[in-house]
Design a protein around this ligand. Structure first.
Ligand SMILES: Cc1ncc(COP(=O)(O)O)c(C=O)c1O
Length: 395
């Protein structure tokens, strides 16, 4: 792809001065609106990366922008040791949209932090130390979240990790039952695994985990960092199966693109954390809270979970047709606008071909393309996404 000197300069600066931990695509994004972004050359892309699934309400949603602008002029920072108007509104709002029974929220700044808080809560409330997590599960890069993450290549360079984590086969409740012992504090699971190639929980699985955890007196933690806020076609993915966890970790799209994580738990579980046992300087930051209040209002007012369900189905049907005409596509999976396309080959070339045609896509592992577009994406943009993927994958 041709690049101006301006673009080349930005690429060189990041390549020279930024930690080299991301596999970068050769494009400099400078502007976004809804499901579209533009690069330095003014080229337009449909954004199915959306900040790694963050852009639930799309880029620069006017209501989110207005809330951030207003709050920036009023108050940007306010410690958790003081009360704050927008934070107060947000924690109430969260309680109204999460599964019933989850009544207390700890606000942080990322998905990994939300998971860390969930792990600390599980240990503190139960007095037990061990966590059962799932094969192919992903929970973040901090040491606790990484200990719960399955993928060897993320874990091994940083061992020894935190002891007491076991991984059992995702989708097999019997393995969870066998793995639970007197030291088990909690079972941690993503209702739809994201980084592992978009794997929805098989029907009946989460229900069975709930029953097992109740029977064995073990906490059930759902990591809804990627699946939350309408991504899968329900406000939270666990609502597809009507299963309520004891603790839920969320982040990504909660604040319209502004960094925020949250851990929401049952009253008595969150109550087990006493003063000073957990805290975050930036957690509950008013600027992020104002953005989150606006983003959640937009998700509700614009019925984004329903939109995700309908447009997700439309896109999946089109991708199925592509699969039928393609020697490259093996399987199409997903729920709502969280979609994985399993290929028979490595995905890298197809990511670059899509980019050249004006489509940004994610990967999951070596052979799965992942689509996490903003839920405000237009029907025409969904159709164009499918058209580009047909050009790239139908051979
Ligand atoms: C399911 C899940 N949990 C946790 C995380 C970690 O979130 P963050 O990158 O915000 O720390 C991610 C990130 O992709 C995720 O998909």
């Amino acid at each position: 792809m041709s690049q101006s000197n301006n673009a080349k300069r930005y690429m060189l600066l990041e390549d020279t001065y930024e930690a080299q931990t991301y596999a970068k695509r050769p494009v400099v994004i400078v502007r976004g609106k809804g499901a579209l972004v533009w690069d330095t050359e003014g080229r337009e892309y449909i954004d199915c990366v959306a900040g790694h699934g963050v852009g639930i309400t799309g880029h620069c949603h006017p209501k989110v922008v207005e809330a951030i602008k207003n709050q920036a002029e009023k108050l940007i920072t306010c410690s958790g040791i003081l009360y704050n108007d927008v934070r107060a509104e947000l924690v109430e709002k969260i309680t109204k949209i999460v599964p019933k029974g989850l009544t207390r929220t700890f606000l942080s700044n990322s998905g990994a932090e939300a998971v860390e808080c969930a792990l600390k809560l599980a240990r503190k409330y139960t007095g037990k130390k061990e966590i059962i997590a799932m094969t192919k599960g992903f929970h973040g890069r901090t040491l606790g979240a990484l200990s719960a993450t399955w993928e060897k290549k993320y874990r091994e360079p940083f061992e020894p990790l935190i002891p007491g984590f076991t991984h059992v086969k995702f989708g097999d409740a019997g393995e969870v039952r066998e793995a639970i012992n007197e030291k088990t504090a909690a079972v941690l699971v993503e209702p739809v695994q994201g980084e592992a190639g978009v794997n929805p929980a098989p029907n009946g699985y989460l229900e069975e985990l709930r029953d097992i955890c109740d029977e064995k007196n073990v906490l059930l933690i759902f990591d809804e960092v990627q699946t939350g806020f309408g991504r899968t076609g329900e406000m939270f993915a666990c609502m597809h199966w009507k299963v309520t966890p004891d603790i839920m970790a969320v982040a990504k799209g909660i604040a319209g693109g502004v960094p925020m994580g949250a851990t929401i738990a049952r009253e008595e579980i969150m109550g087990s954390l006493k003063e000073s046992e957990h805290a975050s300087t930036f957690g509950g930051n008013p600027l992020a809270c104002a953005a989150a209040n606006a983003a959640i209002d937009v998700i509700i007012e614009e019925k984004l979970p329903q939109r995700s369900r309908e447009l997700g189905l439309r896109l999946k049907n089109k991708l199925e047709t592509i699969r039928e005409n393609s020697k490259i596509v093996k399987e199409v999976r997903g729920l709502g606008l969280m979609i994985g396309i399993d290929l028979r080959f490595r995905v890298k070339d197809y990511v670059l071909k899509s980019l050249e045609k004006g489509l940004l896509v994610l990967t999951s592992g070596l052979s799965t393309l992942r689509l996490l577009p903003p839920l405000v994406i237009e029907k025409e943009q969904i159709d164009k996404t499918a058209d580009i993927l047909a050009e790239v994958l139908e051979t």
